[in-house]
Design a binder for this molecule. Structure first.
Ligand SMILES: [Zn+2]
Ligand SMILES: [Zn+2]
Length: 245
């Protein structure tokens, strides 16, 4: 699954990169896609006390598609770049444009040279910082919690999996991290996620209508995703949230 599918918004920008060889002081082994956490340094900042930014690469194949998590990056190619710290995005909006050069760094070590070749979602990405647009409530359990706003499909799947694996605390943490919602909201969502095949979390009745919806049988509130939406739609579960920067 690409980061875009997972997060429901595009990467910030794309670079051409080239890893340094071992002879040039680079890595012995090229990194694999999964879990790689190289950071970013602007070439014009390059000095010993320079600020290094948490902007992580997602390596692409020759067709511009992210390589699978368990595969290695090529020695050179293109990568999508993801700004991890939302509040830093305005800084990079002023600096990132095609032709800007920099490095992928691991600690103080420069392991690859990069050049920005395309700006992607940098100026348009609004990560879900939700101004709450109202409360959700459940007729079945009487619970009430603030709306979490939109939840990307990949996040739904991840959270559903964690709940199914009996890891509720992890599920709540991931919901909060990936949607920016409050703890109360995340707990409400966690208790009210429909099953992956579109059934009520309480009574297993097939759900109908746009998400979120009350179960027609037991009345329980359900966040869910219909079978036809599962493949391509990135973001559902939204009841007109107000987005803020
Ligand atoms: Zn309930
Ligand atoms: Zn039900």
């Amino acid at each position: 699954m690409s980061k875009e599918d997972y997060l429901g918004h595009p990467a910030d920008f794309r670079v051409k990169y080239r890893f340094r060889t071992e002879a040039e002081g680079g890595r012995k082994i090229l990194p694999s896609q999964g879990g790689y956490r190289g950071d970013f340094l602007y070439e014009e900042d390059d000095r010993p006390d320079a600020t290094i930014y948490m902007i992580h690469p997602e390596f692409e194949n020759a067709a511009g598609v992210p390589v699978p998590e368990d595969e290695q990056a090529e020695i050179e190619g293109t990568a999508r770049m993801w700004i991890l710290v939302d509040k830093m995005r305005p800084v990079h909006r002023d600096r990132i444009r095609p032709g800007v050069r920099g490095f992928i760094v691991e600690g103080s070590r420069k392991v690859a040279s990069v050049e920005v070749n395309q700006v992607l979602g940098l100026h348009t990405s609004q990560l879900p910082r939700i101004k709450l647009s109202g409360d959700h409530s459940c007729r079945k359990c009487g619970g009430k919690w603030p709306s979490p706003g939109p939840i990307a499909h990949g996040v739904f799947r991840l959270v559903r999996d964690l709940i199914d694996q009996h890891r509720p605390i992890h599920a709540i943490a991931e919901l909060r991290r990936r949607t920016g919602c409050s703890l109360t909201s995340a707990k409400g969502v966690k208790h009210h996620l429909g099953t992956m095949d579109g059934r009520c979390h309480e009574c297993n009745t097939a759900l109908d209508g746009p998400s979120p919806t009350d179960c027609s049988s037991c009345g329980a509130f359900n966040y869910w995703q219909g079978a036809d939406e599962r493949a391509e739609r990135a973001v559902t579960f939204c009841d007109s949230p107000e987005m803020t920067q």
